[in-house]
Design a protein around this ligand. Sequence first.
Ligand SMILES: Cc1cc2nc3c(=O)[nH]c(=O)nc-3n(C[C@H](O)[C@H](O)[C@H](O)COP(=O)(O)O)c2cc1C
Length: 202
Amino acid sequence: MFYQTKDHHGLPHDPFKSCLVPRPIGWISTLNRDGVVNLAPYSFFNGVSTNPQMVMFSSGGPRTANPKDTITNCEETGEFVVNLATWELREQMNRTSATLPPGADEMALAGLEAEPSVLVKPPRVKASPIHLECLYHQTVDLPTPDPERRNGVVIGRVIGIHISDDVLTDGMVDLTKFKPIARLGYMDYTRVDLVFTIARPD
Ligand SMILES: Cc1cc2nc3c(=O)[nH]c(=O)nc-3n(C[C@H](O)[C@H](O)[C@H](O)COP(=O)(O)O)c2cc1C
């Protein structure tokens, strides 16, 4: 099949996200201006460069009335933490995607213990084995067909990385221990623990 994206795809569900898989889940903790913790998952998330190490996530949602807290907090406070979501944490991760009032501490509501970060103020999800402490760099506002909604790509610089010894084997991150989950299309996820290696040609 082929369809132009300006037209309807003709399928029961939009296949776009199913073509871009698996997407790592940035489970992002921030603080609002009053210091209240916010935690939410973002699967339009990835690394964008290694030198310096930068990450991005993309945030939809209303522009003015009740915008998403994560992008607001990043822009207002300049800091965020990416907690990597794992198989063991899948239910809690999902719970933190609920739309709650700006003052709600989603980490506490999901029964997750917070752990202080080293270089930034937002806390980490203690049970997550990998955390990236980030400084907000900029938001790229992408076009949106609805001027009332935002389509903001938030870019941050990673300034500190925590890796639990529990997910290391011989000094390397061991996917069979880490067991990150990743987003597929529809309501589907995958667990990343099948690894194969291919050497690059010289
Ligand atoms: C696995 C998963 C991935 C998500 N990815 C995104 C995303 O990439 N962009 C987005 O705007 N919302 C995404 N959402 C929805 C947000 O998590 C949800 O709107 C949440 O309430 C936002 O919280 P906040 O207002 O505290 O930032 C995702 C939800 C789930 C469960």
